[in-house]
Structure formats: structure tokens, C-alpha cells
Design a protein around this ligand. Structure first.
Ligand SMILES: [Zn+2]
Length: 508
């Protein structure tokens, strides 16, 4: 039995006037990236200056207006990086950089040296206010801890006076959540309230969102949640959550693949395949029922021409963040018929008749039972082999139709068909009340095939005047009772349907 008695519970806060749980997030907060400080210090292999510069450029491109660039008084590489940003004029005018420093004079002095030439800087001082850290780390009273912050603030003010640029003071009571509430209260009105959640309990994003509802103005976090221990809060996750709720996230995050590429290269940490919004598999459905629901959702969306995205299992349109429909559905032996039909329609434009879904899905299922997953290209190859390119034993070559409606014949269409039977060219002529009927009669009279067309459908493949037509024939062999589908493609609709009949004949 695990010794859960070893741990104590966080005391409940009894505050009956609490109103914020009824509020909603209305707008994006001030985003501050701490990737280059909190994120970087937690890397097995911290970034070198050039990687930091590339990462900084990415953050600027994504639209971050506040970027923490490091702890310049604590390490030479962070000092050098800040100098590079200034000397190479890499900090845009509308971007404020932030530096972290402890409340100690010699460190503040060095920090301001590193900042020389910066137009606006946030100087971020901190000390831990948590009960535990006061006790075991610093051995200080509440009053002494407060004094550190007051002294630090005074020092920053002094250095700021002589600094030509603008200085914003940020003070962080570190490990705030472990601080007694009666000690932690603050004068809310005169400050920008910023939160810096970590993900130790897996609730970083939730904590950040709840604090926004409760009135926080600013969030410090990182891309994909890199950072100390379980990481900082994932800013992209919060931003995409806002996006999915119809709120402008005020970040340029429409190309997730590019963000992942720079992140993985600089941090040398892979983004997990199931990472919210970003993972390789998050827009992929393996189960047949999910695929079917997505299929129906996308179809309904197109039919309704609604401007609001509503598709089961897809909180956002993958295309909005530079993903394609391509990886949405992958076919394995559990996928079911809906998945195969979905691939054929969304990838290749073939709208298989509903009754045909099972026939083709069964063929794909046999393959997936043998080899596992089946890629869309292989599904299309199989479709060609099974329906479109089957030329044995019968292969349709040419047709000619004559309109007999002015004659006194009971049928109004005469069909002349040229085909090969096991490679030998043959022809037949027959009449009917339309091209399909005429061919059906010809097969019966000339080839002794007692078949009946049960159903016929066709649609354009692609758009425009040069579009091909796809025709589907559901054929019954009266002698055996067997039914099969055939598919034909041609720029001419009638020819497509005759091809479909021959395709079906070859499958009887
Ligand atoms: Zn942190």
C-alpha cells in the first residue's frame, strides 16, 4: 500500500464571494516567452548563442512582444547572447526583453551592464516566499523575506535612474502557491498580474486558464511546455485553446510544422506524437467509428456551407495550423468501411456509392490483416487494380451509339461495342432504351451473359470543362445471384459507364 499519509492536502480557501468561476476568457493575455531562460536552463544540452538567436527570431516572428532572454549576471553565455541581440540590432522596437536577476547588488550591476543600449527592458527580480523555502532554504522570517524584495526594488530603481532606456520592474514571489495567503495578498490595482505556472501536477494549462478567468493579465510560459521539471506551461496550447473558442490568440501560430522544426532542432527535444495540437497523431483517427464521424462531419460542413467549424473529434480545422487532411485517417484492420470511403473521397475524389463501401473495404481489410496499416496510396493502387485497370478476360475498347428515336424501332439506342476477350478483338451490336440498357442486352444476346444493372451512379472527378467522369455500376449475375461493383473513368460519361460495366464483368 502506498503511504499516502506522507503527504498533506492544500488547505481550502473559504471565500464565498468568489465570482471568477462564472467568467469567461475574453481576450489574449500579454504573452511572455521564457523559453530562452527557464526553458533553456532545463535542456540537457543548453542552446549555443546561434541557436538562441534563431529561437529568438522565431519568437519574434510568432508575435511575442515580451521575451525573457536569460540571466545575464549568472552566466557568460547569457551575457554574450544579450550583447549579440543588442549589437546586431535583433530586438525589434515593439519587443521588450526581460532579464532575470536575484535581488543582490553585484548581480544587478552586471545585469544593467548587459542591458546597455536596450530601449525597454523588464528587470525581473524574484525571491521565494514559500513557507517551506523560507524555513529550510533561507531560514528567514516573513519580515526578512519581505525586506529582500523591498531592498531589491530600491536597487533596481537606483540603477534604472542612470539607465538611458526604459525599465519595467517585475517582482516574482517564487513558489507563490506554497505561500500562506495572508502573507501573499497584494495591492492588485497598481500592477500587471503575471502568472508563471509549471506543469508538475499536469495542470499547467488549466491553472493558467483559470488564472486568466480570475483576472491575471499576463502569462509566462514556453513553446510546447519545455522548462524545469515537467516544464513551464505550454503557451501554444493555451493560444490554440483560445483559437478553438473563437478568441484571437494574438500570436502568429498558423504554421505549427515550422515551429516544431525550429524547436526540435534548437532544444533537441522531440514534440510528443500526442502533444495537444502539435503532435503527429493528433489529427489522426484510427478507429472506424471516429473516421466515420469525421467523414460525416466534414461532409455536413461542406453541404451546409457554414462558416463555423464543427467536426466530431477535430476541435480545430487542421488546415488552420498548416496541417493537411492527409494524416487524419489511416487505415488498419479496425478502421471499417467508412475510413476507406473517406480516403477515396478526400484524397482522390471518388465518391463510392454507399452500397459499394463494404465491398472495397473488405479488400483493404484483408491487406491490413496481413501487413498492418495501409497508406492512402496503397488504397488507391488497390482501387486501380481491382476496378479501373482490370483488362482480363474482357477489355472494353470502343463504342458508338446511334439515336434511333426517329425510326419505328421499339428501342431508341443502338450500341456498337468493340472489346477484347482474352486478347482477341470482338464486337457486338445491340439495342436498348439507353446506352446502358443496350449494352446489357448485347451482353445477353451476343455473349450469353445474363446480367442486370442494379444501380448506376456517376460524378465528375475534379472541376472544370476537362474534368473526367467516374461511373459506378452495381451488377447482378442472374445465374449465380452474385453482385459486384465496377468502376469506369473517362472524359465521356457514357464511355465511363460502359467501362464500369466491363470492370464489373471482370469481377464476376
Ligand atoms: Zn519557472
Amino acid at each position: 500500500m502506498m503511504n499516502f499519509k506522507k503527504y498533506k492536502r492544500v488547505p481550502a480557501v473559504n471565500f464565498s464571494e468568489r465570482e471568477w468561476p462564472n467568467r469567461q476568457i475574453e481576450k489574449a493575455p500579454i504573452w511572455c516567452s521564457v523559453d530562452l531562460r527557464d526553458g533553456n536552463q532545463a535542456l540537457i544540452e543548453p542552446m549555443v548563442v546561434e541557436e538562441k538567436i534563431e529561437y529568438f527570431d522565431l519568437l519574434v516572428k510568432l508575435g511575442f512582444k515580451e521575451i525573457e532572454v536569460g540571466f545575464p549576471s549568472a552566466s557568460q553565455i547569457e551575457y554574450d547572447f544579450l550583447r549579440q541581440l543588442v549589437d546586431r540590432k535583433l530586438i525589434p522596437d515593439d519587443v521588450t526583453i526581460q532579464v532575470l536577476v536575484q535581488c543582490r547588488e553585484h548581480l544587478l550591476k552586471r545585469t544593467f551592464e548587459a542591458l546597455e543600449g536596450v530601449k525597454t527592458a523588464i528587470v525581473h527580480i524574484y525571491n521565494s516566499t514559500s513557507t517551506l523555502q523560507r524555513d529550510v532554504v533561507f531560514n528567514m522570517s516573513r519580515e526578512e523575506i519581505k525586506q529582500i524584495a523591498v531592498e531589491g526594488t530600491k536597487l533596481v530603481k537606483e540603477y534604472a535612474k542612470e539607465f538611458p532606456g526604459k525599465v519595467v520592474l517585475q517582482y516574482s514571489p517564487e513558489s507563490f502557491t506554497g505561500t500562506e495567503l495572508d502573507f501573499a495578498f497584494k495591492n492588485r490595482d497598481s500592477i500587471i498580474l503575471s502568472v508563471h505556472p509549471h506543469n508538475d501536477r499536469g495542470t499547467g494549462v488549466a491553472s493558467a486558464e483559470l488564472s486568466l478567468m480570475a483576472g491575471a493579465d499576463r502569462i509566462e510560459g514556453t513553446l510546447f511546455g519545455n522548462g524545469e521539471r515537467t516544464g513551464n506551461v505550454d503557451i501554444l496550447n493555451i493560444a490554440f485553446n483560445m483559437f478553438s473558442q473563437g478568441i484571437n490568440p494574438e500570436l502568429n501560430i498558423e504554421n505549427i510544422n515550422e515551429i516544431i522544426e525550429v524547436y526540435e532542432r534548437c532544444c533537441k527535444i522531440p514534440v510528443h506524437v500526442r502533444h495537444p495540437y502539435a503532435g503527429k497523431l493528433v489529427f489522426t483517427a484510427f478507429s472506424g467509428s471516429h473516421q466515420d464521424a469525421i467523414n460525416k462531419g466534414v461532409k455536413a460542413l461542406m453541404e451546409r456551407k457554414s462558416s463555423i467549424w464543427e467536426v466530431p473529434y477535430l476541435p480545430i480545422d487542421p488546415a488552420d495550423i498548416g496541417r493537411k487532411y492527409e494524416p487524419i485517417v489511416r487505415i488498419n484492420s479496425q478502421s471499417g468501411k467508412g475510413g476507406v470511403a473517406f480516403i477515396m473521397e478526400t484524397y482522390y475524389g471518388y465518391k463510392l456509392p454507399k452500397a459499394m463501401h463494404k465491398e472495397f473495404a473488405d479488400i483493404i481489410q484483408k491487406i491490413s490483416e496481413k501487413q498492418g496499416e495501409v497508406a492512402p496510396e496503397q488504397i488507391m493502387d488497390e482501387f486501380k487494380i481491382t476496378y479501373l485497370e482490370k483488362k482480363e478476360p474482357l477489355h472494353f475498347r470502343k463504342c458508338k451509339f446511334e439515336d434511333l428515336s426517329d425510326s419505328d424501332m421499339s428501342y431508341d439506342t443502338l450500341a456498337k461495342i468493340v472489346y477484347t476477350d482474352n486478347g482477341v478483338e470482338k464486337t457486338f451490336e445491340a439495342t436498348g432504351n439507353g446506352p446502358i440498357d443496350a449494352v446489357q442486352n448485347g451482353l445477353h444476346q451476343e455473349m450469353n451473359l445474363d446480367v442486370k444493372v442494379l444501380d448506376y451512379s456517376e460524378h465528375a472527378l475534379g472541376e472544370g470543362a476537362n474534368a473526367q467522369a467516374a461511373a459506378y455500376i452495381h451488377l447482378l449475375d442472374r445465374k449465380t445471384g452474385k453482385t459486384v461493383f465496377g468502376v469506369g473513368v473517362s472524359s465521356n460519361i457514357t464511355r465511363a459507364s460502359i467501362r464500369a460495366i466491363f470492370s464489373a464483368l471482370n469481377r464476376l
